[in-house]
Design a protein. Structure first.
Length: 156
């Protein structure tokens, strides 16, 4: 049996293995939590689903890596990576202070600068849509314990 090395994509194979390792670690740590059922979910149910999906993506990446040819390595997008990470850091650091609504605005606006083709109008439209979506899902439906507006306003 011979292997056609020209069809291997080491980057996809490595990423698939990384995803499988993350999924295996997460599923191992999640063993201690009660799963429950689809009707009465326990604290381990959603993490189990998420880590299972990560494992499926890992398997898909492995299959892709064994079937597709190698991709040329491109230069790193440092600016884009820095902007996305800055947006996520600002979101996490300021969530308790500014509330979910303003933090989503901050996250989307900072991260939208990572896409050089994004317009201000497009970023504002995406921001409004995501703030409304987060308000409906997290504030109205799930009623999570995170204030939607800044607590200093006293409106939440």
């Amino acid at each position: 049996m011979t292997t056609d090395w020209a069809k291997l994509n080491p980057r996809d194979i490595a990423f698939g293995l990384l995803l499988l390792a993350i999924a295996a670690g997460g599923l191992y740590v999640n063993q201690d939590y009660e799963m429950g059922t689809a009707n009465r979910m326990g604290p381990g149910y959603i993490p189990m689903l998420v880590f299972s999906l990560i494992a499926l993506f890992g398997i898909a990446m492995l299959v892709t890596g064994f079937r597709s040819g190698p991709d040329p390595l491109e230069k790193w997008a440092w600016r884009e990576m820095g902007l996305v990470l800055s947006g996520m850091t600002a979101f996490g650091a300021l969530l308790d202070t500014l509330g979910l609504g303003l933090c989503v605005c901050l996250l989307v606006m900072i991260s939208s600068f990572a896409d050089r083709t994004q317009t201000v109008k497009g970023a504002l439209g995406l921001t409004v849509a995501l703030v409304i979506l987060c308000w409906v899902i997290f504030d109205r439906s799930l009623k999570i314990g995170i204030p939607f507006l800044p607590p200093i306003l006293g409106l939440g």
